[in-house]
Design a protein around this ligand. Structure first.
Ligand code: NAG
Ligand code: NAG
Ligand code: NAG
Ligand code: NAG
Ligand code: NAG
Ligand code: NAG
Ligand code: NAG
Ligand code: NAG
Ligand code: NAG
Ligand code: NAG
Ligand code: NAG
Length: 858
C-alpha cells in the first residue's frame, strides 16, 4: 500500500514539476512488480510453440507486453487481452492476484488446463470481464474458482466442456451482478427447469445455445425481468412457449430455433413490442402463423421455417418495414402470396420461403426491396423464371431449387446470374442449351434439370459445380481444355449422369486443386490417362459406369488424400492396381475385365473399409492377409462423409449416405479358386461378405461366430462343403444369407434364426437337410456342433451394428453432424465450409474453422 501511495504522489509531483516528455520516460519503468510477477507466473504455464509473446521476454516494462494494458496514471495492469494468440498449455489463475485487473480475455486459444489456487489462499479479484471461450480442449469439473470474482459482469465460457459441472446454474447465481453470460456448447445437461427463481438482477444477455438440455423452458428464465437477449437454440427443449414469457418486457432477441418446442406460435408474441430477433425455426410448432406478428414493427429478423405449420402467410407480415431477414417454411404451408404480403418490406435483404406457396404477382411488379439473398424452394414459381427477380441487382445468393421452373431467358439470364456468388437451380425442369455459356458463380447447384448441349465453360473462381443428372452430351474437353489462363479454384465437380462421350483428355493444367470429381454414369470411352496422377488434392474420384477401356496404369500412390475410387462398370483390363495411397478407404473396381490374382499389396491399405472386385476375371486363391487390414479386422472408424453412394449388399442395391459406416468385401463372380482362408471368417468389422460365383472350396470356419457385425453373407455357387457351423446363429444382425449351390451337408442348425431364412438360401446343396428345406433329416445327418451354443445375442453389438446402418441412411448434414465432421477431418472441413457460407450458423462454422486453423499450427 505504501508503495502505491508514494507512487501516486510521485506521479502527481512529476506532472506538476517536470516537462511532459521527461515524465513519460519515467512512466515506462513503472510496471508494478507484483503485477509483473503474476504475469510471469502465468507465462510459465503457457507452452511456447509459436513464440507468440516475445515482448514478454524482451521488454522491461510489463505494460508494454503484448496484450497487457495498464492504467496510464497508476501504471497498474488493468487488462489482459490475449485472444487468438495460438497459446497452449495452462491458464494459471494466479492472474487474479493482479490487484486492478478487471478484464481478462484468453478466448480462441488452445489452452488445455486451468490451475486454480488452493481454496485456502483465495484472493478476491476485481475482474469483471472474463472470456475463456473457444479453448476447445479445456474442461472444468467445477466452477468453484469463479467464487473469487465477486464483481463479475461478463462471463463467457462457451465451447468449454462443463459436462461434469451439474450445478452450473447455482454457481452462476452467486454472481447476481452478471450482465452477459455465455455458456454456448458447454455440454451442459441440466437447465434446472423447475427452479423457480434465479437472482440475476442485471442480466441482459443469456446464451445457452448448443447444449443438451432436454426439458421444458425453465421457470427461472421468466423471472429475469431485465433480460433482453435469450439464446437457447440448438438444444432439445420441449413443450409450448409459456405465457410467462410476456413478463420479459425488455426482450429484444429470442432464439429458440433448433429445439423440439411444440404447440402453436402464440398470438400474444405480438405484444413484445421491442422484439427485433425472433428465431423459432426447426421446431415442432403447429397451427398457423399468427397475424399479430405483423404488429411487432421493430422486428429485424424473423425465422419460422422447418416446423409443422400450416395455412397461408398473414398479409400483416408485409407491414414489417424494419425487417431485414424473413425465413419461413414448412411442408404444410401453402397458399397464394400477393404483392401486399411484401408491400412495406423495403428493408428486406434476405427472403427465405421453403414451402409450396404460389405467387400472384403482376408481371411488372417492382418489389419494394433490394435483396442480398433469395431462397424459394418447393414453391410454384414456374414455368417461367419470375420476372421480379431480375429487378434485384445486389443478389449474393439465389436459390430456387425444386420450384417448377422450366425456362429462363437465355443469355439474359446467364448474364444476370453471373454476379451472384451462389446459385441453386437444382431439381427444376430447365431445358437450356449451355454450349456457349460461361458459368461464373462461385457455387453452382444445377443438377436434376434438362440442361443440354455441350458442357459449359467455367471461370476460374468457380469452387463447387454440380451439373449431374442433366442431358449434356458430347466430350468433356470443352470444360477442361478451355484456356483459363490461371489455376482454377474448382474443388468439387459433379458431371455424373449425363450423356457425355469421348475420352478423358489430358487437360489438367488448371484443375489440380480438385478434391471431388464425379463423372460416373456417362458414356466416356478410352483409357484413364496417367496424367490424372497430377490431381494431388483429390479425395474422391468416381468414374464408374462408363465405357472406359484399356489397362488401368494410373499410379495413384502420390495422391495422398485419395480415399475413395470407383471404377465399377467399365471395360478396364489388366491387373488389379496396387499403386494406391496407403490411406485409401474405398476401392470399387467391380464389373470390369481385370485379370490375374488378387494382389496381397491390397492388405497394406490399412484404412480399407470397402473392397469390390466383383464381376471380373480374377483367378487364383484369396490372399489370407485380409485379416491384417485393421479397418476390417478391428479398428473403429470415426470420420463420416455425407455423400450418397450405392452399394450392392443384402442381395440388392442399397443407397448409403455415408460410406464410412459400411464395411464390405465383395469378390463375387470371378474365377477364384482354392480354399477360403479361415482368417476371412474373423473380420470382426465386416458387414457384407460376398464371395459367390467363384470356384472356392473348403469349409465355413467356426470362427464365423466372431463376425459380430455381419449383416449380409453370400457364399453361393462355389464348391464349399462340410456342415453349416451353429456359431452362425450368433450373428444377430445377419439379415441376408445365401449358401445355395454348394456342397454343404448335414442339418441346418435347428432352433436358430438360420431357420427363418427362405429355403432358397440353402437350395442346391444335395447333402443339406432340415427346416426351411423341404428335406427332413434322417438319423446320421445330424449336426455335430449340437445346438447348445446358439442364442448368444449381444446387446452391445446391436447398438453399434444395425442401428448404425439406420443412422447412415438417415444421416442428415445437421448442425452437429456438420460440426462433428468439421472437427474430424481437416480437408473435408475446408471444402465444406467454403460452400456453406450462408448457413444460419455461419458464425459458428467460422469460429470453428478458426479454431481448427489454430490446431493445424500445433
Ligand atoms: C520461445 O521460443 C522461441 C523460439 O521458438 C525462443 O527463442 C524463446 O526464447 C522462447 N521463449 C521462452 C520464454 O521460452
Ligand atoms: C489516459 O487515458 C485516458 C482515457 O483512458 C485518455 O483520455 C488520456 O489521454 C490518457 N493519457 C495519457 C497521458 O495517455
Ligand atoms: C500457479 O501459480 C502459483 C503461484 O501463484 C504457483 O504456486 C503454482 O504452482 C502455479 N500452478 C502451476 C500448476 O504451475
Ligand atoms: C498465498 O498468496 C500469496 C501471494 O498473494 C503468497 O505469498 C503465499 O505464499 C500464498 N500462500 C499459499 C499457501 O499458497
Ligand atoms: C464472449 O462473450 C463476451 C460477452 O458477451 C463477448 O463480448 C465476447 O465477444 C465473446 N467471445 C467470443 C470469442 O465470442
Ligand atoms: C467427467 O467425469 C467422468 C467420470 O469421472 C470422466 O470420465 C470424464 O472424463 C469427465 N469429463 C470431463 C469433460 O471432464
Ligand atoms: C443469490 O442466490 C444465491 C443462492 O442461489 C445466494 O447465495 C446469493 O446470496 C443470492 N444473492 C443475492 C444478491 O440475493
Ligand atoms: C419471480 O419469482 C418469485 C419467487 O418465486 C415470485 O414471487 C415472482 O412472482 C416471480 N416474478 C415474476 C415476474 O415471475
Ligand atoms: C455485375 O457486376 C458488374 C460489376 O460489379 C456490373 O458492372 C454489372 O452491371 C453487373 N451485372 C448485372 C447483370 O447486374
Ligand atoms: C454456339 O456458338 C457457335 C459459334 O458462335 C454457334 O455456331 C452455335 O450455334 C452456338 N450454339 C448455341 C447452342 O447457341
Ligand atoms: C511421386 O512423387 C515422387 C516424389 O515427389 C516423384 O519422384 C514421382 O515421380 C511421383 N510419381 C508419380 C507417378 O507421379
Amino acid at each position: 500500500m505504501f508503495s502505491q501511495i508514494s507512487l501516486l504522489l510521485l506521479l502527481l509531483l512529476c506532472a506538476y514539476t517536470f516537462h511532459r516528455s521527461t515524465c513519460d520516460t519515467n512512466l515506462q519503468l513503472l510496471c508494478n512488480e507484483k503485477d509483473r510477477y503474476a504475469l510471469q507466473i502465468f507465462k510459465l504455464g503457457v507452452v511456447n510453440h509459436s513464440n507468440m509473446l516475445p515482448s514478454w521476454s524482451t521488454e522491461q516494462d510489463c505494460c508494454a507486453w503484448k496484450g497487457v494494458h495498464c492504467d496510464n496514471t497508476t501504471g497498474r495492469v488493468t487488462r489482459l487481452d490475449l485472444h487468438q494468440q495460438y497459446l497452449e498449455g495452462e491458464i494459471n489463475l494466479s492472474l487474479f492476484q493482479i490487484q486492478f485487473l478487471n478484464y481478462l480475455d484468453l478466448s480462441l486459444n488452445g489452452f488445455t488446463t486451468l490451475s486454480a489456487p488452493s481454496p485456502t489462499n483465495i484472493t478476491f479479484s476485481n475482474v469483471h470481464f472474463l472470456d475463456l471461450s473457444f479453448n476447445e480442449d479445456l474442461h472444468f469439473d467445477n466452477l468453484n474458482w469463479l467464487n473469487q470474482l465477486s464483481s463479475l459482469k461478463y462471463l463467457n465460457l462457451s465451447q468449454i466442456n462443463l459436462q461434469n459441472e451439474t450445478n452450473w446454474l447455482q454457481s452462476m447465481t452467486l454472481h447476481p451482478s452478471l450482465i452477459e453470460l455465455r455458456l454456448a456448447s458447454c455440454h451442459l445437461t441440466n437447465i434446472s427447469p423447475s427452479m423457480k427463481y434465479a437472482n440475476f438482477s442485471s442480466l441482459l444477455t443469456l446464451d445457452l445455445s448448443g447444449n443438451h438440455f432436454v426439458s421444458e423452458l425453465p421457470y427461472w428464465l421468466f423471472n429475469i425481468t431485465t433480460i433482453s437477449n435469450i439464446d437457447l437454440s440448438f438444444n432439445l427443449l420441449q413443450g409450448p412457449i409459456p405465457k410467462s414469457l410476456l413478463s420479459l418486457r425488455n426482450l429484444e432477441c429470442l432464439k429458440l430455433n433448433d429445439n423440439e418446442i411444440n404447440g402453436s406460435i402464440p398470438e400474444w408474441l405480438g405484444q413484445h413490442e421491442q422484439l427485433q430477433y425472433l428465431g423459432l425455426s426447426e421446431n415442432l410448432f403447429q397451427g398457423s402463423i399468427p397475424s399479430s406478428i405483423g404488429n411487432v414493427s421493430s422486428l429485424v429478423e424473423l425465422g419460422i421455417s422447418s416446423n409443422l405449420l400450416s395455412g397461408n402467410l398473414p398479409t400483416s407480415l408485409g407491414q414489417l418495414f424494419n425487417l431485414k431477414s424473413l425465413s419461413i417454411g414448412g411442408e404444410s404451408l401453402s397458399g397464394v402470396l400477393h404483392e401486399n404480403h411484401f408491400s412495406n418490406l423495403s428493408n428486406l435483404e434476405e427472403l427465405v420461403l421453403r414451402a409450396s406457396f404460389s405467387f400472384d404477382l403482376a408481371s411488372n411488379w417492382t418489389p419494394p426491396f433490394q435483396l442480398k439473398g433469395i431462397t424459394l424452394s418447393n414453391a410454384n414459381l414456374g414455368p417461367k423464371f419470375p420476372e421480379w427477380i431480375y429487378t434485384q441487382h445486389s443478389l449474393e445468393y439465389l436459390e430456387v431449387p425444386n420450384s417448377n421452373i422450366s425456362s429462363v431467358k437465355g443469355d439474359f439470364f446467364w448474364r444476370f446470374v453471373a454476379n451472384i456468388t451462389q446459385l441453386n437451380l437444382s431439381k427444376n425442369t430447365i431445358s437450356a442449351d449451355l454450349t456457349n455459356i460461361t458459368l461464373k458463380s462461385t457455387i453452382l447447384f444445377m443438377d436434376h434439370n434438362y440442361f443440354t448441349g455441350g458442357l459449359p465453360h467455367i471461370s476460374a473462381n468457380v469452387i463447387y459445380l454440380d451439373l449431374s443428372h442433366n442431358s449434356f452430351y458430347g466430350p468433356i474437353s470443352p470444360l477442361f481444355c478451355h484456356k483459363l489462363g490461371k489455376e482454377s479454384s474448382l474443388d468439387y465437380l459433379d458431371i455424373s449422369s449425363n450423356f457425355l462421350t469421348a475420352g478423358i483428355p489430358d487437360c489438367w493444367e488448371y484443375w489440380k486443386g480438385l478434391s471431388f470429381l464425379f463423372m460416373q454414369n456417362n458414356k466416356l470411352t478410352g483409357g484413364v490417362p496417367q496424367s490424372m496422377a497430377s490431381f494431388i488434392d483429390i479425395i474422391i474420384l468416381d468414374l464408374s459406369n462408363n465405357s472406359l477401356s484399356g489397362k488401368f496404369l494410373l499410379d495413384l500412390s502420390n495422391l495422398t488424400n485419395l480415399e475413395y475410387i470407383n471404377l465399377k462398370g467399365n471395360n478396364l483390363c489388366g491387373d488389379v492396381p496396387t499403386r494406391m495411397p496407403r490411406g485409401m478407404e474405398v476401392m470399387l473396381l467391380g464389373s470390369n475385365q481385370l485379370e490375374g490374382n488378387i494382389p496381397p499389396q491390397l492388405c497394406n491399405l490399412s484404412s480399407l473399409i470397402q473392397l469390390d472386385l466383383s464381376h471380373n476375371k480374377l483367378s487364383g486363391p484369396m490372399p489370407p492377409c485380409f485379416s491384417d487390414i485393421p479397418s476390417l479386422a478391428g479398428a473403429q472408424r470415426t470420420t463420416h462423409y455425407p455423400f450418397q453412394i450405392n452399394l450392392y449388399t443384402k442381395g440388392q442395391e442399397l443407397e448409403y449416405r455415408d460410406y464410412g459406416l459400411l464395411r464390405t468385401l465383395d469378390l463375387s463372380c470371378n474365377n477364384l479358386s482354392g480354399e477360403i482362408p479361415p482368417q476371412v471368417f474373423s473380420l470382426v468389422q465386416l458387414q457384407t461378405l460376398n464371395l459367390s460365383r467363384n470356384h472356392l472350396t473348403g469349409k465355413i470356419s467356426r470362427d464365423i461366430g466372431s463376425m459380430k457385425n455381419l449383416e449380409s453373407l453370400d457364399l453361393s455357387s462355389n464348391k464349399l462343403f462340410g456342415e453349416i457351423p451353429t456359431s452362425i446363429s450368433s450373428l444377430s444382425f445377419l439379415s441376408f444369407l445365401n449358401l445355395s449351390n454348394n456342397e454343404f451337408t448335414g442339418q441346418i442348425p435347428p432352433g436358430t434364426q438360420l431357420m427363418t431364412f427362405n429355403a432358397s438360401s440353402y437350395a442346391e446343396n444335395p447333402g443339406l437337410c432340415g427346416t426351411p428345406l423341404p428335406i427332413t433329416c434322417t438319423k446320421g445327418s445330424g449336426n455335430v456342433d449340437g445346438s447348445k451354443q446358439h442364442g448368444g445375442s449381444n446387446d452391445d453389438a446391436f447398438e453399434t451394428g444395425s442401428l448404425y446402418l439406420g443412422m447412415g441412411v438417415g444421416f442428415a448434414v445437421g448442425f452437429w453432424g456438420l460440426w462433428g465432421s468439421l472437427f474430424l477431418n481437416r480437408t473435408w472441413r475446408q471444402t465444406y465450409t467454403r460452400f456453406l457460407n450462408h448457413v444460419a450458423d455461419q458464425i459458428y462454422v467460422f469460429v470453428v474453422v478458426k479454431c481448427n486453423n489454430l490446431r493445424g499450427t500445433r
